[in-house]
Design a protein around this ligand. Structure first.
Ligand SMILES: [Zn+2]
Length: 153
């Protein structure tokens, strides 16, 4: 674990304590994340985020594919492969365009590129996604970004 990671974790813990102690707790959505197991021992297709709908309280599981996480980690806006719609942005965070399975209300699974990068690292560690593939894709995104930047000037 690098020093940087350690500092991040401390910040996270401090933030959680702040939430628990403050008035905002009731409004704070607790999102749990876990690696989705693939069928028959196949590599996991992505990360699942579990959260309760703010409208009907139904527990939803939102699966985010590794490639979406790779795209976000590189600073690109991911495209939801099932809905064929881009992720939604709010400030510097993004959420897949997902909705509650019961009432249809939009679900917010916001994450930053840094957080996505951490999930991608987990995917590489458990062998669900190849580091070479990640590097290739990040490289392609960076090239696109550089080209777009060049065109604007
Ligand atoms: Zn709902």
């Amino acid at each position: 674990m690098s020093r940087e990671d350690f500092e991040d974790e401390e910040l996270l813990i401090a933030g959680q304590q702040g939430v628990l102690a403050g008035d905002g707790f009731q409004h704070m959505e607790t999102i749990q994340s876990k690696v989705t197991p693939g069928p028959n021992g196949q590599p996991s297709p992505g990360y699942t985020f579990e959260l309760h709908c703010i409208n009907c309280s139904t527990k939803n599981g939102v699966m985010v594919s590794w490639l979406e996480l790779v795209d976000l980690s590189a600073g690109a806006i991911p495209m939801d492969p099932d809905l064929r719609r881009p992720w939604l942005l709010n400030d510097r965070k993004a959420t897949p365009p997902c909705s509650c399975g019961r009432c249809g209300k939009a679900l917010a699974v916001y994450m930053t590129p840094d957080e996505a990068q951490r999930y991608v690292r987990t995917g590489i560690q458990i062998g669900a996604i190849q580091e070479a593939l990640v590097m290739q894709r990040v490289h392609a995104i960076r090239n696109q970004q550089a080209a777009a930047y060049g065109q604007r000037r």
